[in-house]
Ligand binder design. Structure first.
Ligand SMILES: [Ca+2]
Ligand SMILES: [Ca+2]
Length: 474
């Protein structure tokens, strides 16, 4: 569906140095000259070996290191939670969830979070998935957060308890990453449903709309589109959640597009990544009650390429008569970033592929990296890495590293392959990094063209740190 004429990564790949490491072809990629000056990446000096741990996974979506030494993975399409032994790739199904309703690229079994005391007294596992709330043949796609109890003897998940149900889930941009914070709360991300974009361009984006008191009293969660939620472990609304428009709800922050990465750092802060529209993927630090701008502001408030065009407000020609495309008809109102004044707007820590107004996607192609899962690396094992954000790129097929303690430094890229990297996990030894890949979809080839041929479809990959040449240590 996404209109891509020629990849923005074409020049990047031209400069790529392919390294055959283990069973994976891994390349280091530098961007082309037209990317913003902040995104001029250097070649990282570290070396890694790599291998395929498991394959044939049905669209793995979340990978989490468990206290049992296994990798806990959700299969979005497979509707299963599987535990994979990293030593031999063997896998055990912890549960298949029949209620999961999966028909589209961004629904199915999605988020998973392990209780911090799993195997130490609180054997709870939390998942987030879509289901069909309409008992008739009609479809009403909704999302829920469910708790299971893990039985370590049978290695099965059971005793389901639904914590939050009936959360609206659109046909696209489903987000649904799930994580437990150091405050013992569940955090869940919600996307903007793909509204105002492609096939759903006549649906207005509601990421700036906040729940009303009447909504919350009625347990109507329609205001949760494009938000990060903060939830008690029993599903209730925390007493110390922010008051937004004088209403306390599960909403912790708002103005998000498709936040698929969510993780806490060793500093106790919450970091998030979100997938940009054509440009301006973001990494954000999420704070209570803050507004992250979407759709009025993408990336920084800088009046670069992105300008909000509200297709649903087209007049006098109604949106339904318009064909969606990059050439925005004159009847569609547009809003410059500098013309909006959002209370509590918080710019990103880093933007990826912020391009100037003169950028022409018809000749240069799509510029988004398609950011997905995110982790904060906090181990002393790899010199100079702690603390860094690691974030998966789907269209770019790389893991980006964004140093957190440096004066602003451009992200570095690692592990380039012709794959869509969906999520990652770091082993406690800090030496091994695990990445799960989509089973289907489009990414960038080594020669820089968009392709639907994936090197490792539906796989769990392992990258093991092999050292840093002394001359390049820093
Ligand atoms: Ca933003
Ligand atoms: Ca901007």
């Amino acid at each position: 569906m996404r209109v891509v004429i020629r990849s923005f990564h074409a020049r990047a790949a031209g400069a790529a140095a392919a390294l055959a490491l283990g069973s994976l072809a891994v390349a280091q990629v530098a961007p082309g000259p037209n990317v913003s000056p902040r995104a001029v990446w250097s070649h990282p000096p570290e070396t890694f070996t790599s291998r395929v741990v498991a394959s044939g996974l049905e669209d793995p979506w979340e990978v989490t290191w468990g206290p049992d030494g296994f990798l806990w993975i959700t299969e979005r399409v497979g509707k299963r939670v599987v535990r994979v032994n990293p030593a031999d790739g063997s896998r055990k199904i912890a549960i298949s969830i029949d209620e999961v309703h999966q028909t589209l690229p961004q629904d199915g079994l999605l988020g998973l979070a392990l209780h911090p005391q799993l195997l130490r007294g609180s054997n709870f596992v939390y998942v987030m998935y879509t289901y069909d709330a309409d008992p008739s043949a009609a479809e009403e796609r909704r999302s829920k957060i469910r708790r299971y109890t893990y039985d370590s003897a049978s290695q099965q998940l059971g005793e389901p308890v639904d914590l939050v149900t009936n959360i609206p889930h659109g046909p696209d941009h489903g987000a649904s990453r799930l994580v437990i914070g150091p405050d013992g709360k569940l955090y869940a991300s919600r996307g903007d449903h793909g509204s105002n974009f492609l096939a759903y361009h006549c649906e207005p984006i509601r990421a700036q709309e906040l729940p009303t008191a009447a909504d919350i009293a009625a347990r109507n969660w329609q205001g949760y589109e494009g938000k990060i939620l903060r939830i008690n472990l029993d599903g209730s609304i925390p007493d110390d959640n922010p008051l937004l428009n004088r209403v306390r709800s599960h909403v912790f922050s708002y103005g998000h597009r498709n936040p698929q990465g969510l993780a806490f750092g060793p500093d106790g802060r919450l970091y998030e990544s979100e997938h940009g529209q054509d440009t301006d993927d973001e990494v954000n630090r999420i704070e209570a009650g803050r507004n992250y701008g979407w759709p009025l502001i993408a990336g920084n408030k800088d009046d670069q390429y992105y300008t909000y065009a509200n297709w649903s407000a087209s007049a006098p020609t109604p949106c339904a008569s318009l064909e969606y495309g990059r050439d925005v008809p004159a009847t569609v109102p547009r809003t410059k970033e500098s013309d909006v004044n959002l209370a509590d707007f918080t710019p990103p820590l880093e933007t990826f592929f912020t391009v100037p107004s003169s950028y022409d996607p018809r000749t240069l192609g799509n510029a988004t990296a398609a950011l997905a899962g995110l982790e904060v690396y906090a181990s002393p094992t790899i010199p100079g890495w702690s603390p860094s954000i690691l974030v998966a790129g789907m269209t770019s097929g790389v893991i980006y590293r964004l140093p957190l303690n440096a004066t602003p430094a451009p992200p570095l890229t690692y592990f380039k392959a012709q794959d869509r990297y969906r999520d990652l996990a770091v082993a406690p030894d800090g030496r091994r990094i695990y990445v799960v890949t989509d089973a289907h979809g489009r990414t960038v080839s080594a020669s820089g063209e968009m392709t639907a041929t994936l090197e490792h479809a539906g796989a769990l990959l392992e990258f093991t740190y092999a050292g840093t040449p002394p001359s390049e240590s820093r």
